[in-house]
Write a protein that binds this ligand. Structure first.
Ligand code: 9UX
Length: 69
C-alpha cells in the first residue's frame, strides 16, 4: 500500500477551506488520495510524495501545516 502522511493544518474554519486544502494537496506530485477533517484540522494524504512539498503547497495558499505522526 502507498505511504500515508498526516498533517495538522492551521486556519481551516469552513468547508470551503477544506475544499481548498484538499484541492491544493491533490495537486502535489505523487499524491493519490486526500481527505481532511474540519473538526480536527488533520489532513490525511496517501501517495509517494515528499512531505515538505505538502507543507510548502499549503503555505502558499495561506494554511500553514506541520507533519504529525
Ligand atoms: Mo470559508 Mo475558508 O467561507 O478560506 S472558505 S472560511
Amino acid at each position: 500500500s502507498l505511504p500515508l502522511h498526516r498533517l495538522q493544518v492551521q486556519g481551516a474554519t469552513c468547508g470551503g477551506c477544506v475544499k481548498s486544502i484538499e484541492q491544493t494537496l491533490k495537486s502535489v506530485a505523487g499524491v493519490s488520495e486526500v481527505s481532511m477533517d474540519l473538526a480536527t484540522g488533520v489532513a490525511s494524504v496517501i501517495g509517494v510524495v515528499e512531505p515538505k512539498n505538502l507543507t510548502d503547497a499549503l503555505d502558499r495558499v495561506g494554511f500553514p501545516a506541520t507533519l504529525i505522526r
